[in-house]
Design a protein around this ligand. Sequence first.
Ligand code: ZN
Length: 342
Amino acid sequence: MKKLLPTSTAGSLPKPSWLAEPEKLWSPWKLQDDELIDGKQDALRLSLQEQQQAGIDIVSDGEQTRQHFVTTFIEHLDGVDFAQRETVRIRNRYDASVPTVVGAVSRPTSVFVDDAKFLRSQTNQPIKWALPGPMTMIDTLYDAHYKSREKLAWEFAKILNEEAKELEAAGVDIIQFDEPAFNVFFDEVNDWGIATLERAIEGLKCETAVHICYGYGIQANTEWKKTLGSEWRQYEAIFPKLQASNIDIISLECQNSRVPMDLLELIRGKKVMVGAIDVASNTIETPEEVANTLRNALRFVDADKLCPCTNCGMAPLSRRVARAKLNALSAGAEIVRRELSN
Ligand SMILES: [Zn+2]
């Protein structure tokens, strides 16, 4: 029988300080050339070992080989000029200087496939690999070529599908698309966002997931959350269409968020990665707090479809805090596992 409540993380984990400055997004690498290649692999090994020691069931690369969950993927594509930068408003929330789409976008070579093969060679556990979703990609760029968000999203979906198929062939068990933009542009999500995501997973036989959160624990996100009121009902606008989609797993933020848990009823039948760890706080959850969040979710998610997870990536946290949070996640899941087997 398969283990109940398999644990995983949303994606990124802190990097060692010898590889990149910690507790910082877009932190530049501290190594170059061959040293950087070796350093990234060593960090990936460490990150894997930390997940294993914490008892995480579905492991990942901790995104040790990438600077940023969106930018690093885009850097490998043709058609985007990183020297030509424009300031855009990301997810209607904060301004950032981003690269420009100057021509037809394409993927001349695979982006993460070698890294995925390396992770596969290091463990027999199920592995999950994160890619940015099409809508979140277009939201992190200035488009001077297609001049249509939807058109560019379809192009990215095609490219993501190529990468995903190679990741699947490399032995990845779950391919996850990060779509925080799904929490902001509801009309577009329903018009073409979910459709482009389905294009990105076309023909895959491995499991697929979409991660939709309220973002990293950075200032701009914390300020935005304050404006959302006492009940966060963003998921409500997109769940019906997601429920009807081909995506297998939906990864959500549930710990310390104001998302009413009963919204999960709208995606009944899907596997749910329930965020039971707050990534915007250094306070370590107790196992009992994690267990409570999971018990709450179990009212709306069947036990064989619930996967305890973190709210989002933990890259901006210290390694010590991230480790302690992973341990809490495992311990909390174990409490509920025991209750379920009684
Ligand atoms: Zn996230």
